[in-house]
Design a protein around this ligand. Structure first.
Ligand SMILES: Nc1ncnc2c1ncn2[C@@H]1O[C@H](COP(=O)(O)OP(=O)(O)O)[C@@H](O)[C@H]1O
Ligand SMILES: [Mg+2]
Length: 162
């Protein structure tokens, strides 16, 4: 079992309120792990800590890279943690309602692309190749969740299921 995420003795205080109390857990490669608990249990606080939104009061958090070496998450900014490979979604999802389903997924993997403003304007070969790669990878993700038939649907037309 290769660890992917390792959290050691994580605590988060808000003034006198301890939202997380010495939480330790390891998530291994290939595992799907759920964090469950009643309202106010600290689930969102945990996600805010490991994604760099909050600075935990105590504890260490590591994300393992592809070579299997642990990288400390403490002190890193959210966009840096995302680039390291840990993404999150929010309880209130925010879609770009006038864009298509595929385009919304493509934006979600923007941190995996390199083209800048110049490339977008000039549309050189490398930028166009990268864009095609992004389209293919996003379509594959839609297939994974069986939404590929909706790829060209405008996001506002999707039922949220809630
Ligand atoms: N930014 C914050 N400031 C103060 N208290 C907070 C903050 N975020 C969460 N809390 C408190 O921490 C506790 C855990 O909240 P939360 O992590 O949102 O729980 P859950 O997501 O499991 O419902 C709650 O008592 C909540 O009121
Ligand atoms: Mg919550």
């Amino acid at each position: 079992m290769n660890p992917v995420l390792e959290v050691q003795d994580l605590s988060q205080d808000f003034g006198g309120l301890r939202a997380l109390n010495e939480l330790s857990l390891t998530v291994n490669s290939g595992e799907i792990v759920a964090l469950i608990g009643p309202n106010g249990a600290g689930k969102t606080t945990f996600f805010n800590c490991v994604t760099g939104i909050y600075t935990p009061t105590e504890g260490k958090m590591f994300l393992y890279d592809r070579e299997g070496s642990p990288k400390l998450l403490n002190g890193k900014k959210p966009h840096v943690i995302t680039a390291m490979g840990m993404a999150r979604t929010f309880q209130n999802i925010r879609l770009f309602s006038d864009m298509t389903v595929l385009e919304n997924v493509m934006i979600g993997r923007h941190c995996r692309t390199r083209a800048g403003i110049l490339g977008a304007v000039m549309r050189d070969g490398r930028t166009r190749r990268e864009e095609q790669e992004s389209i293919d990878a996003s379509y594959a993700l839609l297939e994974l969740v069986r939404l590929q038939d909706m790829w060209n649907e405008t996001a506002r037309n999707l039922p949220y299921g809630a």
